[in-house]
Structures are given as structure tokens and as C-alpha cells.
Design a protein around this ligand. Structure first.
Ligand SMILES: [Zn+2]
Ligand SMILES: [Zn+2]
Length: 277
């Protein structure tokens, strides 16, 4: 989906494109879940209702950033033709966001056998150390093995293509990194707030001016650590970006039905959706 009516990169000799690829948009069990009761929830004959676990891939000023690695990460990369990751950011250490990280090994290889820079919160880094202790290395042990150079996510991460600002968001017993990407060359900006129960004042401030806002919208009924579709819709309206997307949905959320009920500038994301502007 190309976005209309957003600031173009006019006047620049080099035109960059900010691109977001929704690799997965499903909640922690995926959609459908294992042994899903027949006839309950969304219409599985609609491909947009098939949801792998949530992550996005971002190209910003030519720099490729992967945010989270779902259990389906390898298949997501193959299906969407990903062949470059320069930086990895883990929003938090929950299984649905971290378990695909071993497959980052291929990108260490593609980057000339170097360790991949990995940024996360203290909670996220501790979980990586627990699950992938063999990969905390300066270089892969053997060609083809993973190696992660762990770094604490700063408030503002400076990358070759732009900056990523981070803010803590409430997610049950833990906090999640909310991320705001700003492309250096063009000023294009988007916000990625997945897995959160609310978006506080500080988070709204750093997200201000975003062209695109992506929010956690789990399901219609309340949940202790995620926003409902209704809460996410209200938050999106208050944040008032030109366009917003909801992600991390359960099988209770039917794409076409829910999409038809949302305000014009708020949409449900789906696996494989590409947003560029
Ligand atoms: Zn999650
Ligand atoms: Zn989570």
C-alpha cells in the first residue's frame, strides 16, 4: 500500500523510501491456533485471517532493521524475500517475539560472518542470554552459526538511515519497547507500539508527527496486557496520525468484518502487507 497525501521527498537528489513489511500480525498462539474450534471466530477462507506471530521489517534510508523474530521467522523471510538485516531490535522477551532469533544466523553469514547488532531492554537482553547463550559472541563460532552483539536500547538509537527512539510501554508484568522510526534524509516517521496495554503521555509525545502509527489491537474483549480493538481504535484516533494500523490479533478478529467497522484512516494489518511512502 502506497500512502497518498503524505510528505514527499521533493527537492532531494536521492529519494529514499521508508518501507514497513508486516511479516506477522497474529497473537502469541497464531491464527488459526492449534485445534481451533470449528466455526468459531474469523473466516479462515480469507487469507488475511491467517496470521503468523507478530514482527515487522523496516527499510529506513537504505538500512534494514528487523523488529522481533517470531517462531515463523525463517518462513516469513523466505516468503517475503528478505535478504538483508543490518540491525535487530527485540521489543521484549516473550516467546512469540524471540523464538525465531536463532535463524538470524543466515544474516550474520550474509554480513560477512560478523555478529549482528541486537538491541533490547534489560528484560529482553536477559531473556536472549537465557535462550541463546551460545550466540553471545563477537563472531559466529562456526560459519553459519548465529552471533549477537548485545546492546542496551538507548533512548535514541542513531543508525545510518535515521534514528529509532524508544519508550517503555506497559505489558502486564513487564514493559515493552515502543519504537519511533525517523528517516534522516526525509523526516518520514512512523510509530510501532505492539504488545501494550496503554500508550502513556511520554509515548504519545515522541510519536507526535508520525505519518503512520501501528498499535496493538488484540481482540474485542478485554485482556490484562493488551489493548482491545476498541481501546486501540480510540488511542489511534487520539494520536491522530494520517493512517494507523492495528496488529497482534487473535482468531476472534475477522479481517473484513472488523475493517468495515473501523474509522476510515484506521486499518487492520495483515501478514505480508507492505506500507511505503
Ligand atoms: Zn506478543
Ligand atoms: Zn508480549
Amino acid at each position: 500500500m502506497a500512502l497518498a497525501g503524505l510528505p514527499a521527498a521533493e527537492g532531494h537528489a536521492i529519494s529514499f523510501t521508508m518501507e514497513i513489511i508486516f511479516l506477522g500480525t497474529g497473537t502469541s498462539q497464531g491464527v488459526p491456533m492449534i485445534a481451533q474450534p470449528e466455526g468459531e471466530g474469523c473466516d479462515m477462507s480469507n487469507p488475511k485471517n491467517w496470521r503468523t506471530r507478530t514482527s515487522i521489517h523496516v527499510e529506513m534510508g537504505g538500512h534494514h532493521i528487523q523488529v522481533d523474530a517470531a517462531p515463523e521467522f525463517r518462513m516469513q523471510c523466505i516468503q517475503h524475500g528478505l535478504d538483508q538485516i543490518d540491525t535487530f531490535i527485540l521489543t521484549h522477551g516473550h516467546a512469540d517475539h524471540i523464538l525465531g532469533m536463532d535463524d538470524l544466523r543466515r544474516f550474520c553469514d550474509l554480513n560477512g560472518g560478523e555478529a549482528l547488532p541486537v538491541y533490547s531492554s534489560e528484560e529482553g537482553l536477559a531473556r536472549i542470554q537465557q535462550i541463546f547463550p551460545y550466540a553471545i559472541l563477537d563472531k559466529p563460532l562456526v560459519k553459519g552459526y548465529p552471533a549477537f552483539k548485545l546492546e542496551r536500547m538507548p533512548k535514541t538509537l542513531e543508525l545510518p538511515g535515521g534514528t529509532v527512539e524508544s519508550v517503555a510501554l506497559p505489558h502486564g508484568a513487564i514493559e515493552v519497547l515502543g519504537l519511533v522510526f525517523t528517516e534522516a534524509e526525509t523526516g518520514k516517521q512512523f510509530t510501532y507500539f505492539t504488545d501494550c496495554k496503554a500508550v502513556g503521555e511520554e509515548a504519545r509525545l515522541i510519536a507526535e508527527g508520525s505519518d503512520v502509527v501501528i498499535l496493538d489491537g488484540l481482540r474485542p474483549n478485554p485482556h490484562p496486557s493488551h489493548m482491545t480493538i476498541g481501546e486501540a481504535t480510540q488511542t489511534a484516533q487520539e494520536m491522530d496520525a494520517p493512517i494507523s494500523f492495528l496488529t497482534h490479533m487473535t482468531y476472534m478478529v475477522d479481517h473484513d468484518e472488523t475493517e468495515a467497522s473501523l474509522p476510515e484512516n484506521i486499518h487492520l494489518a495483515y501478514d505480508g502487507l507492505r506500507v511505503s511512502w
